[in-house]
Design a protein around this ligand. Structure first.
Ligand code: C2E
Ligand code: MG
Ligand code: MG
Length: 840
């Protein structure tokens, strides 16, 4: 330690003589106090060594002595030390007068009271600072006050306070009012650590750093430059440490000359660092409290604090907003006053046992507002414990989640229920059926699944509109619901399809009654605003565990049984049977075989002659498709054409039929002097699609030397009713190529003659069902005659199908029918047999 800092080496009393302002004689002790040599002091006046602020007062006193008003004075004053520091002194001066009474000289005893004074000043600074803190001055103002206070006491020093950020790794702007702006800028955001200046090092190590000479200290270059730019030579940095031991910042003293601190300096550094630590910590706590109270007052979450006996002691505004209770109404009360009564004693038992064991409970709870309204809240209860571990407070936080619960409910409803009828939807139905299956499995009881499809609903939708259709569905749903027990499930799978789960059946016979009931209820007329509509229902019934064990299979069974009910005339129910399943499976197998049939060359064409009635000559033949199945034998087109249509196989099959029919026609044309026509059946599916390749058909005809006149395409009436641009386009192309068009099965569909002209139709084929019972004077006869007359009026020729007897032939002939086809002339024949017939 520097020898000057040891107070014991400095004599406390000293004397000097002053003629006017000049010292006559000084002793060593004074020299030491003021830092000058005796020779230097002799040449100086006391006035120039006096602190400027004290000089006027001193002069007043001295003038009094000069004037002879008094001879002795004792007073405190400040001198300036040679090093620039203030020296506090107690002076006792005494005048020595000449015999005439004028002042000769004064003798003064100067006592250095700096140590004591500085200690006092530090105490005063501390008290003033704490006062400002108590008054709530902002942190930076308080710090500035401290820095100014220290600098005023120590004119040779420059001070800085630097603060660390929350993380404790970077400086943020503290207070260094005496510093140039560039210093403050350089410091803000600087990382602490060794080599980052004495402050960075002090903050990093939490230890005081004394740098006697900045020029020779191993700082980073930047910091040395910074210091020398300011003309600084030494610095002493003290970490500011909080009560928890965490470094909050640094307090530093810089001087323009190299050197180390003396005891008083150290005391100053320590006490200021400590003071600032208190200020910063206090301010932080204040901020935290302010923030907490801000949160407490402004959060939308309600808060409630209860004491160790669980009596309410505090609530926030959100609490009042949600519950309607003010503090006066709940203070000292048990939170039970909020209970809704929706939860049983067990619920609260679990809640409290969790709080007691874990200190925390979180969950959804229903509470009651002051106005009686019950609402759901998301509640968190926390426990605050005493130091000895006993419960001190409970803090409850909650928010009103009515909206969320409502949306959740809505989403759940939308996902699980049919919007129109309010019945469970397909998803919910699957869930329920699964549950019921499990229950049935447990109880050993059976369950029935009913699949209900409304008959003719599509027509109602098409004719009366969807809105009316919707009204009917809602009404139908409620009629079905009225037929079952509350424990049963009625669901809407979509469209006009409903399902019913009848559970816990000990006796399956009761199901039939329910089914009959539903059918009877649905047959009743529906009064829809200003319309009356009639529907009926077809129901399929299947049982668990008798028919199937899982959801999918049960549903398939019920669906199949429903189709059987539909096909057997609708407005009835049908039980699922094994044979139904076998039929369905056989259909599936047939479909697989059909896919392979074309490449396996299993198709053939049969030909049935069409006879011109006026000449009895065969001028046309209809090509009829046959499938020679390897195991089943000859399969009827009635059985496989619908399958081919469903799967799209009809396109390839139809192409094959056309090419094959054209081939035979080209062979037979010679027997008929060129006017032989082959009739080919076209499926509506072919016409409605874009895949039908008419170009290749026409190429085929050219290739075989045939003209369009040699081909007739048979279509059905239904196709014309729903004719879109695809259909129109194809019909036009046929006509342009000279290919004629016949309406097959005429009379079984809509039989609207009016549109036939519009489509350029050439032939009508009267359906077999009219010909079958044809007798003179019968209604079928009248109808046939009417068709023939009308057709001729429109320029169409008529072909009668299914002519089996001579009588039918004669009647038709007499009615003017142009052609006939049927067993009377010939059954459909394989090509070679047909050829033989043609030749004959
Ligand atoms: P369709 O076009 O009305 O053909 C006439 C059907 O009546 C043929 O049945 C024929 O064998 C039958 N038939 C003819 N004369 C008589 C008779 O005097 N008495 C009775 N009871 N029946 C007679 P087939 O060959 O079983 O064909 C059934 C249906 O399959 C056809 O009805 C036609 O719609 C369809 N079809 C046949 N071949 C094809 C084809 O290549 N393509 C398409 N898309 N459909 C075809
Ligand atoms: Mg036909
Ligand atoms: Mg026909």
């Amino acid at each position: 330690m520097h020898s000057l800092t040891n107070p014991r080496l400095i004599p406390r009393f000293t004397r000097f003589l002053i003629p006017a302002y000049r010292w006559i004689e000084v002793n060593d002790a004074l020299c030491k106090i003021l830092g000058y040599s005796r020779e230097e002091l002799i040449t100086m006046t006391w006035a120039e060594l006096t602190h400027a602020d004290d000089l006027p007062r001193n002069e007043v006193l001295f003038n009094r002595i000069l004037a002879g008003e008094s001879d002795e004075y004792e007073f405190d004053k400040r001198f300036m030390h040679k090093g620039g520091e203030i020296v506090y002194a107690h002076v006792a001066s005494c005048a020595v007068r000449k015999p005439d009474g004028r002042l000769d000289y004064t003798v003064a005893i100067v006592e250095d009271i700096s140590r004591h004074r500085r200690a006092e000043n530090r105490k005063r600074l501390r008290n003033r600072t704490l006062e400002l803190l108590a008054k709530g001055l902002p942190l930076h103002e308080i710090m500035e006050f401290v820095v100014h206070g220290v600098e005023a006491e120590n004119p040779a020093m420059l001070c800085s306070i630097l603060m660390l950020d929350e993380g404790g790794h970077h400086f943020v702007k503290g207070s260094a009012p005496g510093w140039a702006e560039f210093y403050n800028k350089a410091i803000h955001g600087a990382e602490i650590g060794p080599l980052t200046g004495s402050c960075g090092t002090a903050a990093h190590t939490a230890k005081r750093v004394i740098v006697e000479d900045i020029l020779i200290y191993p700082f980073g270059k930047d910091y040395r430059e910074l210091a020398t730019k300011e003309g600084l030579a030494s610095c002493w940095s003290e970490p500011i440490v909080g009560s928890s031991g965490k470094v909050l910042g640094t307090f530093a003293i810089y001087r323009h000359s190299p050197g180390v601190p003396n005891e008083t300096d150290i005391a100053l550094i320590e006490s200021v660092a400590n003071l600032i630590g208190i200020v910063i910590e206090r301010k932080r706590i204040e901020e935290e409290l302010q923030l907490a109270s801000l949160v407490y007052r402004n959060t939308s979450e309600a808060m409630m604090v209860t004491d160790e006996r669980n009596r309410i002691i505090a609530i926030n505004p959100a609490f009042t907003q949600i519950t309607g209770y003010s503090i006066n109404e709940v203070s000292g009360k048990d939170p039970k006053i909020l209970s809704s009564g929706r939860h049983d004693a067990d619920f609260y038992k679990v809640l409290w046992s969790e709080i007691w064991s874990a200190g925390l409970w979180q969950g959804e709870i229903w509470n009651r507002k002051k106005n009686g309204e019950i609402y759901p809240e998301w509640l968190t209860i926390n426990t605050v414990f005493n130091q000895d571990g006993a419960i001190h407070r409970h803090v409850a936080l909650f928010s009103d989640i009515t909206d969320k619960v409502r949306t959740d409910e809505l989403i759940w409803r939308q996902a699980n229920f049919d919007l129109l009828t309010g019945l469970p939807n397909r998803r919910m139905f699957y869930d329920r059926l699964e549950q019921e299956i499990k229950k049935a499995h447990r109880t050993g009881l059976q369950l029935a699944l009913l699949f209900i499809d409304l008959d003719c609903f599509k027509e109602i939708n098409d004719t009366l509109g969807h809105q009316t259709g919707d009204i009917l569905l809602v009404e139908a749903a409620s009629r079905i619901v009225s037929c079952v027990r509350e424990s049963d499930t009625v669901a809407r799978l979509g469209g006009d399809e409903f399902t019913v789960i009848l559970s816990e059946l000990s006796y399956t016979g009761s199901v039939e009654k329910v089914a009959q009931n539903i059918i009877a209820k649905l047959v009743d007329p529906f009064l829809l605003s200003d319309e009356i509509a009639y529907v009926s229902a077809s129901i399929g019934i299947t049982f668990y565990p008798g028919d199937a064990l899982d959801v999918e299979q049960l549903l398939r069974n019920a669906d199949q049984a429903m189709y059987v009910a539909k096909n057997s005339g609708r407005n009835r129910f049908s039980y699922f049977t094994r044979s139904m399943q076998e039929q369905a499976q056989s259909r599936l197998r047939l479909l697989n075989d059909l896919r392979a049939a074309l490449s396996a060359d299993q198709f053939m064409l049969y030909f049935q002659p069409i006879v011109e009635l006026s000449t009895d000559r065969i001028t046309k033949a209809e090509a009829l498709l046959r499938w020679q199945h390897p195991e089943r034998g000859l399969v009827s087109p009635m059985d496989f054409i619908p399958l081919a249509e469903e799967t799209g196989l009809i396109h390839d099959i139809g192409d094959w039929v056309f090419r094959e029919a054209a081939r035979w026609a080209s062979r037979w044309i010679v027997f008929c002097q060129g006017n032989f026509q082959i009739s080919v059946n076209g499926s509506p599916v072919q016409f409605q699609s874009e895949n039908m390749d008419i170009d290749s058909w026409l190429d085929r005809l050219k290739e075989l030397g045939l003209s369009g006149q040699n081909v007739v395409i048979e279509i059905t009436e239904g196709l014309l009713l729903n004719a879109d641009s695809h259909v129109m386009d194809k019909l036009t192309r046929f006509r342009d190529a000279g290919i004629q068009v016949a309406i097959d099965d005429f009379g079984t569909g809509y039989s609207a003659l009016s549109y036939l002209k519009k489509f350029d139709i050439d032939y009508l084929k009267i359906d077999r069902t009219f010909i079958r019972d044809l007798t003179a004077g019968s209604s079928d006869m009248a109808l046939s005659e009417a068709i023939i007359v009308m057709a001729h009026k429109l320029g169409l020729k008529v072909i009668a199908e299914g002519v089996e007897t001579v009588e039918q032939k004669v009647l038709l002939s007499n009615a003017g029918c142009d052609y006939a086809q049927g067993y009377l002339f010939s059954k459909p024949l394989p090509p070679d047999e047909f050829e033989a017939l043609l030749k004959a």
